[in-house]
Write a protein that binds this ligand. Structure first.
Ligand code: PMP
Ligand code: GLU
Length: 395
């Protein structure tokens, strides 16, 4: 009954774990949910006010498919102001979350068997989206030892005549890796030698960066020809449920995405778009408060995890996840059952410790487990002490 296209992709494991933990809470279990990457803060008041005003002013009709003109202008200006990127209004398209921006983009640029270079560990959906577009992900592995970052040389080795695109996500979900300006410049120098390769830069964690200022790779390349920059309001502005993602791209690509979106959703919610204008027109200084809170939580969680025997905990430089190596606990036993891998360990932490995490396997990694730190300090403390207790039961 179901198409091969759908049977061929997997359910999102981040969303599946979040649902599993909601279901257990309904059954009366006291689960602490550190699975989902979702800020626990509320949307800033001035953005909520803009949305209320839009409702009262009857912004209730279909919008232009790519978004209201003044929103696309605000995004073009945001790219210039915050990222040194030149995309004019017609190169921008707004969608129902960065997830839709990315899926549409891949459908618009990839032919079957085109290669797309993807550093691993990668965000779950990239891999499935590429499969859905029938293209071939070419995985570029990284590890804790190289801070989960690729080098320009690694990239160069993977580029060939079938390479259509290269996808980079800095700050990264799940590893928290952040590329420095110099590293991005070096990667760009390789890309410049291959003018047909499209760079897709997912910068959704731009505002959750614990290093210096965020750098966009597009700063070093010709954005009109070769770079698609994807961003959105979900993470930095605590607006996951509002569903506003956007991208800037070479005009041909933007036009193709608008064509697809016109047959698909007709564009994203009018009220969200009006609220987004007020969010993006303001200098993003107000996001710093949330970032500083994430930093406190990162330090707290890192320190607590470091006290647990055997775990390797690399320090995330951005985003709100800790991606720690738990392989020390593989092949240990609990009540006669052997915990073989990170999937089984993550499940064990949920069932025995009542803490929801996401296994690294969903992100292309066999040793790590992802812990979201987008929760209160109190919950993080309780969760890590539960994890510690749980792991001490393994022998
Ligand atoms: N990219 C990355 C790396 C993410 O973690 C997320 C989180 N869902 C997205 C894109 C999509 O975000 P949204 O659809 O909520 O804008
Ligand atoms: N990006 C978040 C995460 O990785 C939200 C869930 C999703 O869209 O995958 O948890």
């Amino acid at each position: 009954m179901i198409s091969r296209r759908i049977l061929n992709i997997e359910e999102s494991s981040t969303l599946a774990m979040a649902q599993k933990s909601r279901d257990l809470v309904k059954e009366g279990k006291k689960i602490i949910n550190l699975s989902l990457g979702e800020p626990d803060f509320n949307t800033p008041n001035f953005i909520k006010e803009a949305a209320k005003k839009a409702i009262d002013e009857d912004f209730s009709k279909y919008t232009p498919v790519g978004g209201y003109d003044d929103l696309r202008e605000a995004i073009s200006e945001k790219f210039r102001r915050d990222n040194n990127l030149i995309y004019d209004k017609n190169q921008i398209i707004c969608s129902t979350g960065a997830k839709q921006s990315l899926m549409q983009l891949l459908l618009c640029i990839l032919n079957p068997n085109d290669e797309i270079i993807l550093p691993s560990p990668y965000w779950v959906s990239y891999f499935q989206m590429i499969k859905f577009a029938k293209a071939k992900p070419v995985i570029l592995n990284t590890s804790i030892e190289n801070n989960f970052k690729i080098s320009a040389k690694d990239l160069e080795k993977k580029i060939n005549t079938n390479t259509k695109a290269f996808l980079i996500n800095s700050p990264s979900n799940p590893t928290g890796a952040v590329y420095t300006k110099e590293e991005l410049r070096e990667i760009s120098n390789i890309i410049k030698k291959h003018p047909k390769v499209i760079v897709i830069s997912d910068e959704i964690y731009e505002h959750i960066n614990f290093t210096k200022k965020h750098t966009s790779i597009g700063e070093f390349l010709d954005t009109k020809k070769q770079v698609v920059t994807v961003n959105g309001l979900s993470k930095g502005f605590a607006m996951t449920g509002w569903r506003l993602g956007y991208l800037g791209a070479p005009t041909k690509i933007t036009k193709a995405c608008i064509k697809l979106q016109g047959q698909f959703t007709s564009g994203t919610c009018s009220i969200t778009q009006r609220a987004a204008i007020s969010a993006l027109q303001k200098k993003p200084d107000f996001t710093k408060e949330m970032k500083n809170k994430f930093l406190i939580r990162r330090n707290l969680t890192m320190n607590l995890l470091k006290n647990i025997e055997g775990i390797k905990v690399p320090e995330p430089k951005g985003a709100f996840y800790i991606f720690a190596d738990f392989s020390y606990y593989f092949n240990k036993k609990y009540k006669q059952k052997i915990i073989k891998n990170n999937d089984e360990l993550s499940l064990f932490l949920l069932e025995e410790g009542e803490v929801a995490t996401v296994s690294g396997s969903a992100f292309g990694d066999n040793n790590c487990i992802r812990i979201s730190i987008a929760s209160s300090e109190k919950d993080l403390k309780t969760a890590i002490s539960r994890i510690k207790k749980c792991l001490s039961k393994l022998s």
